[in-house]
Design a binder for this molecule. Structure first.
Ligand SMILES: [Mn+2]
Length: 379
């Protein structure tokens, strides 16, 4: 083995991490979605973990043949924030379903009386190719991976991973829909708009800067919600304002209330000239009391009860072409709290997509019976 070291290193340095594996021994099958669970009730809490027990697809041909409406995929990288662990996020969110009180056979959502998995073909698309030691190497591969999902006619929901993946994820949407055609509602405690992070352009502190600087998304199509703490610095904040970004600080939420801020944010996202909406959701927008398992926790954030209906609402009333949930780090999530909340954020987005397909009424639909309309006089 020693004799081969030089050759092995040379190959690995070239592109070892993305060398296709041998496929001669693979099962022969037609393209399509494949269910990996043995029993009717397995898939959520037992067996091979997939998101919500969904069947798997491996190739774009699978997505097309399966008529997949939504592909959930992991993007397991955490080399750009200084704290490792977010790369385990996709695994934790896949397992997160096991922690929730889902009935084995039903995901009927109590707030809106609808089972999104009855209306949508949702598949687990596995994980994106990632060089575990280099975000710079990973960016083009992730971008191609996401672009293939979108080109297959499938809506991607991407589970990080740290927030650096927003750069390739959203660039891929811009590749397909065109520069300037996509708007982003970005939930985060931080602006993530620094010019670089320790000199690196690909980092979890700079994806928004990259997307605007490379003219994938005009600054005016960027709506940010939930910023607090001690970042951005004045120079970054000035740059953001120069770009016309619509930034909503937590101070604004405190003064005017979350719902009013979100009404404004949604109007701004639509008014900016974007034809399509993408949700970038950083778990650290949620208060660390509810979501401690994240790389850069910031006290005094949003609550799940504020966030869940808003994610449903964006997907339902506005419509989305993709979403990402990032910065879930199970290694600092001792009570599985964050995995549970991230898993629920994911199903709220999927539920909103299903509500839109079902043509449920807006705004802000709640099932009239379960929302208590029997007991309370209507305004
Ligand atoms: Mn972020």
């Amino acid at each position: 083995m020693v004799d081969n070291d030089a050759e092995i290193y040379a190959r690995a340095l070239a592109e070892g991490w993305k060398t296709p594996r041998p496929t001669e021994g693979d099962m022969k099958r037609e393209p399509g979605a494949y269910n990996v669970h043995r029993y009717l009730f397995s898939g959520v809490g037992t067996g091979i973990r997939t998101f919500f027990g969904a069947p798997i697809c491996i190739t774009p041909d699978d997505l097309v043949a399966a008529k997949a409406d939504i592909a959930i995929a992991g993007i397991p990288c955490d080399m750009s924030l200084g704290m490792r662990g977010a790369a385990q996020g996709p695994t934790a969110v896949r397992a997160g379903g096991a922690l929730l009180a889902y009935s084995p056979m039903s995901f009927r959502h109590q707030h809106v009386d609808l089972d999104p998995f009855e209306l949508l073909n949702v598949v687990d698309y596995g994980d994106a190719p990632v060089d575990p030691l280099s975000m710079d190497n990973s960016v083009p591969m992730i971008r191609q991976f996401v672009r293939e999902i979108v080109e297959a006619g499938t809506l991607p929901i991407l589970i990080g991973g740290d927030h650096s993946i927003a750069w390739p994820n959203i660039a891929a949407l811009s590749d397909v829909y065109g520069p300037g055609k996509v708007g982003v509602v970005h939930f985060d405690a931080h602006a993530d708009a620094s010019s670089s992070f320790f000199g690196h352009l690909a980092s979890h502190g700079s994806p928004i800067r990259r997307l605007i600087a490379e003219e994938h998304i005009p600054g005016s199509n960027f709506v940010q919600v939930g910023l607090r703490g001690f970042y951005p610095d004045q120079a970054t904040h000035n740059w953001m304002q120069d770009q016309g970004m619509k930034t909503h600080f937590m101070a604004e939420v405190e003064r005017y209330g979350f719902e009013r801020v979100m009404d404004t944010a949604i109007d701004q996202a639509l008014a900016a000239g974007a034809e399509h909406l993408y949700i970038s959701f950083d778990m650290d927008v949620i208060d660390p009391a509810f979501a401690p398992g994240t790389g850069t926790p910031e006290p005094a954030g949003l609550t799940p009860r504020e966030v869940f209906p808003m994610l449903r609402r964006l997907a339902h009333e506005v419509g989305i072409v993709g979403a990402e949930i990032v910065e879930m780090n199970p290694l600092v999530d001792p009570g599985y709290t964050t995995a549970l909340v991230a898993n629920r954020c994911l199903i709220e987005i999927i539920t909103g997509v299903a509500m839109r397909k079902a043509g449920l009424p807006g705004p802000h639909y709640l099932d009239p019976v379960k929302a208590g309309d029997r007991w309370f006089a209507q305004p």
